[in-house]
Design a protein around this ligand. Structure first.
Ligand code: MG
Ligand code: MG
Length: 250
């Protein structure tokens, strides 16, 4: 069942979303060669706590950290580690969730570590733009997969592939609510979009094939062909006057 949020709930979610967006902005400032993914996790955890919120991911199905850090060919769910030292030219996808007032915010970005290749830069940009192509369709009266199709058409136009095994989701009091929000598929299907739906829309894009696998640690998802992958996610409220992104931050 899709839980529709009223104005007060959406205001709570704005506040949770702001913590997430601000945390990601903070991390972007400190990402540089030599920092470890465990350092980033600690910075995020402290930042979220200072804002009176809690990390959504810590302990979620046993996940051991506050953020997911996925480097280069890692797609999602990378576990921060003191042994993972970021190198010039890496790209890192950071997924962050926070709960405040009983509501979650969820967002992800892929960041450059120092100077990166033109190829990596384009992947990051296309993944982000794919999200924005998607939310152009996040309009009351459209169907859910209008969003999905719009993302896929844009991203595949660059020869990239969309990850199939992981999708976006509804979000609210639970981090993962109905409906699932695929980043691919035919338009005009799924539930009708209505005012008060809140969706985490999150294209995961590979330079190579769309297939992925789960590493031996049972969390980290990597591309099957070792190609680079990028992720861009925001929590989006569907409102009368169009979509509102709740996790942009400053
Ligand atoms: Mg996320
Ligand atoms: Mg999500």
């Amino acid at each position: 069942m899709i839980l529709i949020k009223n104005d007060m709930e959406i205001e709570y979610m704005r506040q949770a979303g702001k913590v997430v967006g601000d945390t990601l902005a903070k991390l972007q400032e400190v990402i540089k060669p030599g920092i470890t993914t465990a350092d980033l996790d600690k910075i995020a955890e402290e930042f979220i706590a200072k804002r009176g919120a809690k990390p959504s991911f810590k302990g979620y199905h046993g996940f051991p950290a506050s953020i997911c850090t996925s480097v280069n060919s890692e797609v999602v769910h990378g576990i921060p580690s003191k042994d993972r030292v970021l190198q010039e030219g890496d790209i890192i996808s950071i997924d962050c969730g926070a709960i405040l007032n009983g509501y979650h915010g969820d967002a992800a970005r892929t960041f450059a570590v120092g100077n990166i290749s033109k190829e990596a830069e384009q992947l990051i940009n296309v993944t982000r733009e794919g999200f924005f192509k998607g939310i152009e369709k996040a309009i009351v009266g459209n169907r859910l997969t209008d969003i999905s199709h719009s993302i896929q058409m844009y991203v595949e136009g660059f020869g990239y592939s969309i990850v199939r095994d992981y999708v976006g989701h509804g979000i609210g009091r639970d981090m993962h609510e109905a409906p699932e929000v695929p980043n691919f598929g035919r338009p005009g299907r799924g539930p009708k979009l209505t005012k008060g739906m809140v969706l985490a829309i999150e294209p995961m894009v590979n330079i190579g094939a769309y297939q992925v696998f789960v590493e031996d640690n049972e969390w980290t998802v990597g591309t099957s062909d070792n190609s680079l992958s990028a992720h861009y996610e925001n929590t989006v409220a569907i409102l009368e006057n169009g979509p509102e992104i709740l996790t942009l931050g400053q």
